[in-house]
Design a protein around this ligand. Structure first.
Ligand code: CO
Length: 438
């Protein structure tokens, strides 16, 4: 147990992920923590009256959440210290008419959400969680559901029927071979059998259920591994680790600052961010504009605030993997447990530029945390984040950073146990100070 005590922040992160098997659960868990810390929930459909120094949060459609703590000064005079991350992870989502019956076995039709490594979902004890929309005494209502035990599995084909699996890889046809096995058929037709299961879990009647968004997840809890427990493994490290780091830093900042602190956690990053609640949508701009409007009548207050603000877009980074050394730029091979990573891309797939890079490196120095720099191989296409999208929409100075990890988009990802605490320290440092003027 001693190694667990060495990394209390990582332990809390693993607990947070275990409690958050879907973006809806992640947002609900963050809302619960914010409420417990005295933050007040606001509705977008109401007028807002805001008190300097107080903390608030807003949720859009149950899976994107923005929390803020007003500063002593207005945003127009001191700006917003912004941290952004995403609540969703790649995986498998249940279709509306999912049951596929064959020889008394029922499988569940799924869509691929984002870019998971599909083979990593095979032979795992899959759980199911998400939200239901149902009719409750004539009204529409939503409810989060989570099955307490694994209920599905994608069994692999025995090597005796696929002799090339170790030379050609485990390839699955998404339509015909990916649907997980639910169980044996019963007397109900398959679609009804599935609805009955959901209804029992949600403690409602099957005909009350109108629709759902359901996510399959690896039910194995997070773990520490390595001789000193120096590594962690869990699903959804990308990007619940950054959500957890941002929220922890915000809640650690007890005393209000001069500037207003904001954490924005957005759904739909893994599918391009274009939705009413994704980072390419209006949620963050709407919220920041309303904060400015609630505090000042000057119509240019929002633009003044943006010119003074700074965004840390936090998403995980690719750690050097010794088994695949040629996949990395050797001079930018970032190490697990080597500290936060600044992500640089000249084509602006990452929003980092020279000034934001220098500011973040300075924050790391002030927090006494090492900093690393990552650049993708020049001959490989680079992924992206919410950083460039948000920077473009708001016209705000921005940087892309993240902690190093292995197995990004696997059902079971892995990272360093020490890095999480370091990222929280840097974020606390960022939220504690006025944004440097440039
Ligand atoms: Co990500």
């Amino acid at each position: 147990m001693s190694q667990l005590n060495a990394y209390p922040e990582a332990k809390e992160l693993l607990n947070f992920i275990d409690r958050s098997p879907s973006p809806w659960h992640a947002a609900a868990n963050m809302a619960e923590q914010l409420t417990a810390a005295g933050y007040q929930q606001l509705n977008e459909s109401d007028p807002w009256s805001l008190q300097p120094g107080s903390g608030y949060f807003v949720i859009r459609d149950e899976s994107s959440l923005i929390a803020f703590q007003l500063g002593a000064e207005t945003p127009a005079s001191s700006g917003f210290s912004l941290i952004g991350a995403h609540t969703d992870s790649p995986g498998l989502r249940v279709k509306p008419n999912p049951a596929i019956e064959n020889k008394d076995l029922v499988r569940i039709g799924v869509e691929v959400y984002g870019g998971p490594i599909l083979a990593t979902f095979v032979d795992r004890d899959l759980g199911l969680a998400g939200r239901l929309v149902y009719r409750d005494q004539g009204q529409l209502a939503t409810r989060l559901v989570r099955f307490p035990t694994p209920i599905m599995r994608i069994p692999s084909l025995a090597i005796h029927m696929d002799r090339q699996v170790n030379t050609k890889g485990l390839l699955l046809d998404k339509q015909t071979q990916l649907p997980p096995l639910l169980g044996a058929a019963d007397e109900l037709p398959g679609q009804q059998q599935f609805r009955q299961l959901l209804a029992d879990q949600a403690e409602i009647e099957p005909d009350q259920i109108l629709s759902w968004e359901l996510n399959l997840f690896d039910s194995q809890p997070g773990s520490f591994y390595g001789p000193a427990g120096e590594f962690i493994a869990n699903g959804q490290l990308d990007n619940l680790a950054s959500c957890h780091a941002g929220l922890t830093a915000l809640l650690a900042s007890q005393e209000p600052g001069q500037q207003t602190r904001v954490c924005g956690f957005f759904d739909h990053e893994e599918v391009g961010s274009t939705s009413n609640k994704g980072a390419a949508g209006s949620f963050l701009a709407d919220t920041l504009q309303r904060i400015c409007a609630a505090l000042e009548s000057d119509t240019t207050a929002f633009r003044q605030a943006m010119a003074r603000s700074f965004l840390i877009s936090a998403d995980m980074a690719h750690a050097w993997n010794p088994a695949f050394a040629s996949s990395y730029d050797d001079a930018h091979a970032v190490k697990v447990n080597g500290g936060p990573v600044i992500k640089v891309n000249a084509s602006q797939r990452y929003s980092t530029e020279a000034v934001s890079e220098a500011i973040f490196a300075d924050l790391c120095a002030a927090a006494e945390v090492p900093v690393q720099r990552y650049v993708h191989r020049t001959d490989l296409p680079c992924g992206s984040t919410i950083g460039p999208i948000t920077a473009a929409a708001l016209g705000v100075r921005s940087i892309d950073v993240g902690n190093p990890m292995w197995s990004m988009h696997s059902a079971r990802e892995s990272a360093g146990a020490a890095d999480h605490g370091m990222m929280i320290k840097v974020m606390e440092q960022f939220l504690s100070k006025k944004i440097p003027a440039f």
